[in-house]
Design a protein. Structure first.
Lengths: 501, 1014
């Protein structure tokens, strides 16, 4: 009995002890997160935070798919198969079938992270000057890239602003200070900057990046990549002399190389395309975007080229008659039986880029189709190809176009013909509008399925002429621009929605 | 003389003694329910204080003084009987169970109370009511049993999730789950299974439950403070009773069957509708295109005429994929319990095995449980008790719990094109499946495998110490431990596994919850009219959860199915999380002559989940009651046997948010180019506190005609203030939302319960109980005077929220089909017809939260025969059913099968009035420049139903008969679940939660069972 009483007493004591000191009892700290205050105080933390800004480029809503496949679906590059039902609305330019809210969200999240890194650089303990320069340069390059992608999508492009001051609602909100406290998150309601202000901001960031950076691989920002991006931004801004200057700088840099012939084709079969000046890296199998929305899956039903019968992606978006015409593509049976997908290929013309197209398979509903194979398990695992954001070849086409605009038609023609030679095409002799059209056509062929065409049409104020279905989108149509996510407009009285939404 | 007088007195006294000689009466007290002796029953000589108690076998012996001729037999839970002695010396009495529950005791927060004195809104469900139902978790069995408690199975996965809402939905972003307490241990009922749904509450064999009490109003629940906002369900398990060991064997077995197969089109019918669609789209080769859509266009088609092509289509076969993958399943349950004890020690020991298959093989549930309840009276003052529940259950997992996965039988079986053969002629699987669902789900189902296992230990140690006669101390230590393990294999012979040469995914997830409660109980009566009692307590709870999961790809052959054979680790991850809570609480009860009743409670909670500035909260409540039957004017009434008016008001909190929701954090994420990334994951909110429910409740408990009619009516107004809302942050500021205390939500409603004994004559008895609840839910306010939430306009002031706190349906109203052209039409905001509704045309259209629900039970019994019919009903919910929405497209967007009733109703000729548009092939199956056919409210369904949830026919053998073969009781029964459903519903079944796409539907169950006591 005494024992029981003792046991009872100890229970009482244990009970009271357990509830005695509440505050320390209630202290539980997370183990897989750290406090946001001071999180970026060490060099390793800044490196890791910068990785996250890069990683956001992999999002399906950014370079994972939409900036390439969705943008091309909006343009005149391809047609849809209904295999999974994706990209049909975009290809038909239905209202609201455009860049999605997630693109805005993910891009601004990345911009905030870049801003937080830039804001915190002064507080990093033990950082070398070289590290500080690299972090600032890379963060600014990334911020510029995200802003450029946002402004080219949500706003008119400076070279073709539709009814400036009437229907145009300006640029996009520009924020250059990071938010990490709730008070700032609640109170900051940033209006749209003017288009020009946005491009000025992008210029400033890229100039800094160019000055601060060297190169540590094409998966990271470099001085050369900054010049190359500046060249494209200047092209969109109509700043022709700047295009020529930056293209020249970029071409002279040791980042990336311009390829021709089979080397060019093989460039699309290696994990890292040698043409890339900056590309988004998919390093691990778990970063695979998967069978539904990856670029590979969007473009082809093949799993790989070694056995065309293997079930791969959906092949939702395939070349239309225009693109097939560029390269002389028609289906061609090369063996028997016809039921074996490996016994099929395509006819091709002399353009080496025709090598990047072949027949798919009959696994999906639409049957065997001609598909683009720029993204086909290059890295050794499915649905996770590295995405070339800027290829060095573009510099030639940028410079040719800018030279034409500057009145240097001879330089433009020479550069165009030199480029055509790289792709196995004969020289042309054109002038005036025909020369510009040919430069743009060459750009179309070169960057088909790389997300440039929609913006090339947009910056030239041209209508989108569709083949399948044959429903055109004139430049004055409101559907040229996507809606700004409604939640942002509803929650921010200073933010104007685009026309028509 | 003196001697004579003395002698005379002695004689007189002697004679007086002789005259007053006692009689000794003996006998046995049994229960009519099981025919067994009732130990511990009180036998009292009426009008005296002379009494005794029955022994372990129910036997008694009592001396009855002369002049007394009536014995009174009483036992808790049994109806008191008075028996005239007459000339008998042996009196055997069989006590009936007291169905009118006059003396019923209700478990309330940290104590018990006679039902007559309860002043809050508490529903009680006895264990017998749900006994032997083939349901894996008791929460599902609560459906329709108690007013105000809405229960919905999430799907037909045995042991799957159950959606339980007490008095509506009180939160938008925090949890809406009630607090479940088993034997004083507060459980975490969050399911974390990766590969199927594993309801944590399925750890408990429902047959081990003695009773369930549901604390509905805030005042009753307030003693549980910051976790009681959604109500509290207190489960009391069976305990041993004094007496000789009672064995009970219980078994049932039977079959599950699909409630419904969807009536989908056949091969030739699908060809015909596809051809029509191509014709409607102006195509010149509709037959060829239709055959191409089906993947069977002959290569020489250009040499064939349209008629010949049409002939191919007309001769297409039909294969029934649903009946191939859906069908009957087995179910069985065996359990054995033994209970008993002596005056000092009682015990209850049970073990059970339960197995059930879903309608989709191999999805199943297999459970074993062991339970021990032990109580020991160490001395007059000290009692020690323990309850230990051990359980393991294992589930074969479905391809996916929900979703439009090609390999998922639950999705594909009804949607796959019907001309696809399942097997080749040689009996092998057909792998050339045409149409968008290009996988043979029978093959996929056969080759994949996966298992989810849940091991649970829930137990406690309770010490009761009587410090004084009216003061006792109770100390409880409890544990809720759960280990979840799972593995899932995508076979390399299936399309999803082929690309990666097989994938094995594994999961381990540990949850450890520790709780201790220390309470003091005190009571005292003053002048025998003022009764006062009080509870004072402290409580501490800590919970940690951690997990590991990973996946590997690249398997040598399909025979290697475990992760160690993988060539490449695809992913590996883990997590740790935890929280703590410390509390103090007090409750004071007062009554005056049991007539005027009052209870005041308060709890002070501190939780690590909340912001540093608002970590502690106070949750007070008050309840008052007026027991009118105790008043003189009703005391003598022969009609009114119970009448109590009660009112309560209280505050409860909701703390069901992330453990670190108040913290501003950087977390891992965004690895790039092979090196690790970190990013800001949440914004700090130092002021983040609980969400507060203020509930006002008025109720009336009534009983008439000797409690042959009993019940209660309650009206309540539940206001949730300072909602734990994920307040949207502008994305331009780098975050999506921040947990913040803003906004207000209201649930107001009426609850009605009635139980009647309709007939009780000549051994025939007919009982009815019915309950009805109607609840109006609406958002009262948001923040910054916003009328709707920017990120989710379905959450709007004046509109209800959904059953998971999601928004109302906010969509353009469907206007049917243009009779002239067959185009689908919608109303714009000005009620004009439009083909292309815009965001501005959306209107509010109700939510998926039912407004009205309840249950109806009828029991008929006659001499051992018993018939039970139990109905449940729900009204007022609207929602979309993803599976139906896909099928409603009628194959126009994607090459999927369609429903016959949809296809029959589609527009075919001008003038036809219908709601299904004509089939076209343009624009992804929609009219050019027209919205999708399921846009707006077009595919919205009403979820109303009435269901015969349970039907049982049983027979209990006469105890004297079965005692001859050594049994004390025996009962056999037949039971059916979900035998009949009334619903105007085109999908599988209106009872589900989630999107409805590719979910395993609920089943019908048939069982036969036997219960034997010895």
């Amino acid at each position: 009995m005494k024992f029981i009483n003792k046991a009872f007493l100890s229970l009482v004591l244990a009970g009271t002890f357990l509830v005695s000191s509440c505050d320390s009892l209630l202290q539980v700290d997370p183990r897989q997160s750290i406090d946001a205050n001071g999180a970026l105080n060490t060099p390793d933390a800044v490196d890791a935070a910068l990785n996250s800004v890069y990683a956001r480029l992999r999002s399906v809503r950014n370079y994972g798919r939409d900036l390439f496949a969705l943008a091309d679906a909006l343009a005149d590059v391809g047609q849809t198969t209904s295999n999974s039902g994706r990209l049909i609305g975009e290809n038909n330019n239905q209202p609201n079938a455009h860049f999605q809210a997630g693109f805005w969200q993910n891009s601004y999240f990345a911009i905030n992270e870049a801003n937080l890194i830039l804001d915190g650089l002064s507080g990093v303990q033990g950082a070398s000057a070289a590290q500080l320069a690299r972090w600032e340069g890379e963060a600014k390059f990334l911020r510029a890239l995200y802003y450029f992608d946002l402004v080219k999508v949500y706003s008119y492009i400076p070279t073709a602003i539709f009814q400036q001051g009437v229907t145009d609602e300006g640029g996009i909100p520009v924020v250059t200070e990071g938010v990490v406290t709730s008070s700032a998150a609640f109170s900051r309601q940033t209006p749209r900057s003017s288009i020009d202000q946005v491009y000025t901001q992008i210029y400033a960031d890229l100039e800094d990046a160019k000055r601060l950076l060297t190169s540590r691989g094409v998966q990271y920002a470099s001085s050369g990549a900054a010049s190359a991006l500046l060249s494209r931004v200047a092209l969109y801004r109509g700043d022709w002399a700047k295009v020529v200057a930056e293209s020249t700088t970029a071409l002279a840099s040791n980042v990336g190389s311009v390829l021709s012939g089979s080397a060019y084709v093989n460039g699309w079969r290696t994990p890292v395309n040698p043409e890339s000046m900056f590309e988004v890296r998919f390093a691990l199998a778990e970063e695979s975007i998967g069978v539904n929305e990856s670029l590979q899956s969007s473009y082809t039903a093949l799993l790989n080229l070694s056995n065309k019968n293997s079930q791969g992606g959906w092949g939702d978006f395939i070349p239309n008659a225009t693109v097939r015409g560029f390269f002389g593509l028609t289906q061609l049976q090369i063996g028997t039986p016809a039921t074996d997908n490996n016994n099929w290929d395509v006819t091709r013309n002399s353009d080496i880029r025709a090598q990047l197209y072949t027949t798919g398979n009959t696994v999906r509903g639409a049957g065997r189709q001609i598909e683009v194979t720029k993204f086909l398990s290059k890295s050794g695992f499915a649905y996770a190809d590295n995405v070339p954001v800027i290829r060095k070849s573009e510099m030639h086409l940028n410079r040719a176009e800018a030279n034409y605009r500057l009145g240097n038609a001879a330089d433009a023609l020479a550069e165009l013909n030199a480029f055509k030679a790289l792709r196995g095409l004969t020289a042309v002799n054109l002038s005036g509008q025909a020369l510009l059209d040919e430069i743009l056509l060459e750009r179309f062929k070169e960057f088909a399925f790389e997300g440039q065409r929609f913006f090339d049409l947009k910056r030239n104020g041209r209508a989108i002429v569709k083949t399948t279905p044959a429903v055109n989108l004139p430049f004055d149509d409101f559907k040229i621009l996507p809606p700004i996510p409604q939640r942002e407009v509803d929650g921010n009285p200073n933010l104007n929605q685009n026309r028509g939404y | 003389m003196r001697k004579v007088l003395l002698l005379g007195l002695m004689l007189f006294l002697a004679s007086a003694v002789a005259f007053a000689q006692d009689r000794v009466i003996t006998g046995t007290v049994t229960s009519t329910e099981d025919g067994l002796g009732v130990p511990g029953a009180t036998v009292l000589v009426k009008g005296t204080t002379i009494g005794t108690a029955t022994d372990i076998d129910g036997k008694y012996s009592i001396s009855v003084p002369a002049g007394s001729n009536v014995l009174v037999f009483t036992f808790v839970g049994l109806r008191t009987q008075e028996v005239s002695i007459g000339n008998r010396t042996t009196i055997n009495v069989a006590l009936e169970s007291d169905v009118t529950a006059l003396g019923e005791v209700i478990v309330t927060g940290y104590g018990t109370q006679p039902k007559r004195e309860v002043t809050g809104a508490v529903s009680s469900v006895k264990g017998e009511a749900i006994q032997n139902l083939p349901m894996q978790s008791f929460d599902r069995a609560l459906q329709g049993r108690a007013a105000g408690v809405q229960v919905r199975s999430s799907n037909g996965l045995p042991g799957g999730a159950v959606n339980i809402r007490i008095r509506g939905v009180g939160s938008i972003n925090a949890g809406n789950e009630p607090l479940f307490i088993v034997d004083g241990v507060q459980l975490n009922n969050q399911s974390n299974a990766a590969f199927t749904q594993s309801n944590p509450l399925a750890f408990l064999n429902p047959n081990d439950i003695e009773s369930m009490e549901i604390l509905k109003d805030a005042a009753s629940a307030a003693i549980y403070g910051s976790q009681a906002a959604n109500g509290v369900v207190i489960i009391t398990t069976k305990k041993g009773k004094q007496g000789k060991a009672k064995f009970e064997f219980n078994a049932f077995a039977g079959e599950t069957q699909p409630m419904k197969f969807l009536d989908v089109l056949g091969g030739a019918e699908w060809f015909d509708r596809e051809r029509t669609a191509w014709i409607n789209s102006g195509n010149a080769n509709p037959e060829a295109n239709a055959l191409n859509s089906m993947g069977i266009l002959p290569s020489n088609w250009q040499t064939l005429s349209r008629e010949q092509l049409a002939q191919i289509g007309a001769e297409l076969p039909t294969y029934d994929w649903q009946r191939e993958v859906m069908g009957a399943g087995r179910l069985q349950n065996y359990e054995m319990s033994v209970s008993g004890g002596d005056a000092k020690t009682t015990f209850f020991l049970s073990g059970s095995y339960n197995y059930q298959e879903a309608s989709f093989k191999p999805v199943d549930f297999e459970r074993g449980t062991v339970r021990l309840a032990l109580s020991h009276q160490a001395n007059d003052r000290l009692n020690i008790e323990t309850n230990i529940n051990l359980s393991t259950f294992q589930q074969n997992v479905p391809f996916a719990v929900e979703g439009s996965f090609l390999g998922s039988p639950a999705f594909s079986a009804s949607a796959i094109l019907p001309h696809n053969a399942i097997y080749n002629e040689d009996g092998t699987f057909n792998t050339a499946i045409r149409g968008v669902l290009g996988q043979n789900v029978v093959l996929v189902n056969e080759y994949n495998s996966g298992i989810q296992r849940t091991n649970t230990a829930v137990g406690n140690i309770i010490t009761n110490y009587k410090i004084l006669d009216n003061l006792s101390f109770r100390s409880l230590f409890g544990l809720d431990y759960r280990l979840l393990q799972g593995d899932n294999y995508r076979d390399p012979r299936t399309p999803d596994g082929a690309g990666v040469r097989g994938r094995s995914s594994v999961q381990s997830d540990w949850r450890t919850r520790f709780i201790t409660t220390q309470t003091l109980n005190w009571n005292k009566s003053y002048n025998a009219v003022h009764n006062l009692s009080a509870i004072l307590g402290v409580e501490y709870l800590s919970e940690t959860r951690e997990g590991l999961s990973g996946a590997g790809i690249g398997f040598p052959t399909f025979q290697f199915r475990t992760i160690q054979s993988a060539a490449t680790p695809e992913s590996i991850t883990g997590f740790w999380t935890g929280y703590r809570r410390a509390s103090a609480f007090a409750s004071v009860n007062y009554d005056y002559k049991k007539k005027y009743l009052a209870t005041v409670t308060a709890r002070y909670d501190g939780s690590s989940r909340f912001g540093a500035n608002s970590r502690y909260g106070l949750f007070p409540s008050i309840r008052v009651g007026w027991s009118m039957v105790e008043e003189e004017f009703l005391k003598s009434s022969s009609v009114v046997s119970e009448m109590k008016l009660r009112a309560s008001y209280g505050l409860t909190g909701n703390d069901q948010i992330g453990n670190f929701a108040a913290r501003g954090l950087y977390g891992g994420g965004g690895n790039y180019a092979g090196s690790a990334g970190i990013r800001p994951t949440s914004l700090a909110n130092l002021d983040l506190g609980w969400e507060t429910n203020n509930t006002f409740n008025i109720g009336l408990d009534y009983g008439f005609f000797g409690n042959r009619v009993t019940g209660s009516v309650d009206v309540f107004d539940r206001r949730t203030k300072d909602l734990l809302l994920d307040q949207p942050i502008l994305w331009t500021n780098g975050f999506s939302d921040i947990a913040n205390n803003v906004g207000e939500l209201q649930n107001k409603g009426i609850e009605f319960e009635i139980s009647t004994v309709n007939i009780d004559k000549g051994g025939f008895r007919w009982n009815t109980s019915f309950n009805f609840s109607k609840i109006k839910n609406q958002v009262i306010s948001l923040y910054d005077d916003l009328q709707f939430l920017p990120a989710n306009p379905g959450i709007a002031v004046g509109q209800p929220v959904g059953r998971d706190g999601g928004g109302s349906v906010f969509a353009a109203e469907y206007a049917g089909v243009n009779p002239a052209t067959g185009r689908p039409m919608w109303y714009d905001i000005n009620r004009n017809i439009t083909y292309l509704p815009l965001a501005a045309d959306r209107i509010y259209y109700g939510s998926n939260l039912a407004t009205t629900f309840g249950g109806l039970n009828n029991t008929f019994s006659y001499k051992g025969f018993e018939l039970t019919a139990f109905f449940v009903y729900e009204y007022g919910a609207v929602f979309t059913d993803g599976q139906y929405s896909f099928l409603r497209e009628n194959g126009t967007r994607l090459a999927l099968n369609g429903l016959r009733e949809v296809n029959d109703r589609k527009w075919t000729e001008p003038g036809q009035i219908t709601d299904i548009p004509r089939d076209v092939k343009t624009n992804g199956g929609n009219e050019t420049r027209g919205a999708g056919r399921n846009s707006g409210t077009a595919a919205l369904l009403k979820g109303d139903f009435i269901r015969l949830a349970q039907t049982t026919i049983g027979y209990r053998f006469n105890p004297t008969l079965v005692s001859k073969i050594g049994l004390s009781s025996a009962r056999i029964y037949l039971q059916g679940l979900n035998l009949w459903t009334y619903a105007d519903y085109p999908g599988y079944d209106p009872e589900f939660t989630g999107a409805g796409t590719g979910q395993v539907p609920l089943t019908k169950n048939y069982t036969v069972g036997v219960q034997i006591g010895f």
